[in-house]
Design a protein around this ligand. Sequence first.
Ligand code: ADP
Length: 262
Amino acid sequence: GGTRYFRVYAAPLSGPEGALEGLVMVLSDVTRLRRLERVRKDFVANVSHELRTPIQLVKGFSENLLDTDFSDTEQTRRFLKIIHRNARRMEDLTGDLLLLMNLEAGDGPGLELEETPLKELLAEAAGMARAAADKKDITITLSCDEELNAKVNPSFLIQGVFNLLDNAIKYSPAGTAVELRAFAKDSEAVIEVADQGPGIAPEHLDRIFERFYRVDKSRSRKAGGTGLGLSIVRHIALLHHGSVEAESHAGEGSVFRIRIPG
Ligand code: ADP
């Protein structure tokens, strides 16, 4: 549905004496092109918007600092912490942007899919998430058959699973459990990350995989989110010719599921 856009090409048809005898018109449907231009513009606008706040904070607090004589070490420390936190935010954002661009261009570090035992790979992703989990007293349990293999790009898949674990930890209350499990089903390898967090309301479920879409902006920012984590996971699943989906009932936690064809 929605509006469609057309580009019109017209050329006159002249007769022997140069008299105008007709007009040839070509209508070409440029709706898709328009939509792509729109997506690109929105993306650039979003990136600028995301960068503006940390840049302003770094600028403002460094100016504040330069106006002082640094005698108040408590205050100096506080300002430096804000500057450091916001520099990190920009680092995370540019890092995620670069990764996303590479994934979209399909020219990441080696796209070969190799038959890989999943258990080790999942253990590595869980290891990367451990420090954040420990801070919140969250336990990550791993269940995966030793025999389970899939055709994957190990470094990309580790990144994808890590992003899901990272979210599960970020959005869940302290002291809860996160389950990482993988199994074979209908010739697919299925990887699930289940948490006991707040869950996601149905109207948001389809949209959370969009770039910069957040259910709760301030919550995501406070947790250190860039808003790109799940769109990165979606791209990684697509590079494996697979898919990612979320299942959740508000108040009952969420399950994220990556499917990789056999
Ligand atoms: P962010 O950097 O904001 O976490 P993501 O793309 O990773 O960006 O996730 C998009 C949004 O989806 C988050 O802002 C959050 O609202 C929601 N979300 C993702 N994972 C979970 C989860 N495990 N539990 C609840 N909400 C989640």
